[in-house]
Write a protein that binds this ligand. Structure first.
Ligand SMILES: CC(C)(COP(=O)(O)OP(=O)(O)OC[C@H]1O[C@@H](n2cnc3c(N)ncnc32)[C@H](O)[C@@H]1OP(=O)(O)O)[C@@H](O)C(=O)NCCC(=O)NCCS
Length: 174
């Protein structure tokens, strides 16, 4: 799948993206609130091994600026239950603050929403990550719950905020 937006091209990852992916995947500031990283080189290669061939229907796309094929981030979406999809995103630090994450996430959000049978799209972030929460809000997601100590990340139990949206006209199971 390739998605084009006003300023971005979202395309499948390639093994040759390793150096570009490692640049942000190994950055402690980028990884402050992510479940992955900071990556070792082997972590990045391991990620790419699965990312180049995502198992359908998972969507896993590299973010590039239109006219420049270098990967500056990633965005993905995957089903967690019947009709319920989760999304996630990451962007190289020097790309923050230009609306790119929202633009990329919105394109994937729309691709998921256009699939048949999807009723809910949600995302999770750490309470200390307002930039990501703001991306969720701009996608139309609303805060639904705080899950205390949801998972262990790098030896520390972390909370998750869940934001979600029910698609208009969707048939949500009881
Ligand atoms: C989260 C992330 C993808 C956002 O990327 P981005 O391209 O800067 O996002 P956008 O520009 O589309 O939107 C960010 C919004 O958050 C706001 N924001 C940024 N920092 C903020 C802060 N500290 N407090 C409140 N709002 C903040 C911005 O003002 C913007 O909102 P606006 O358009 O209403 O002004 C990027 O910061 C990132 O990659 N972080 C590291 C990885 C990560 O945390 N991924 C998500 C894991 S859940």
């Amino acid at each position: 799948m390739i998605l084009e937006t006003a300023r971005l091209v979202l395309r499948p990852y390639r093994v040759s993206d390793a150096t570009a992916v490692h640049r942000y995947g190994s950055d402690p500031e980028v990884c402050r609130y992510t479940d992955f990283g900071p990556n070792t080189w082997d972590d990045t290669l391991g990620f790419l091994q699965t990312a180049v061939h995502p198992i359908p229907p998972k969507i896993e796309l590299a973010i590039t600026l239109a006219g420049d094929d270098a990967v500056v981030g990633g965005v993905g979406a995957w089903p967690v239950a019947e009709g319920r999809w989760e999304m996630g995103w990451v962007l190289r630090g020097d790309m923050w603050g230009h609306g790119y994450a929202t633009e990329a996430a919105r394109a994937v959000f729309e691709a998921v929403a256009e699939r048949g049978g999807v009723h809910t799209i949600f995302a999770r972030c750490r309470p200390g990550n307002p930039a990501s929460a703001r991306v969720m809000a701009k996608l139309g997601m609303r805060f639904v719950e705080l899950i205390p100590r949801e998972k262990e990340v790098r030896g520390e139990w972390v909370d998750s905020q869940v934001y979600e949206v029910t698609l208009p006209g969707a048939d949500v199971p009881a």
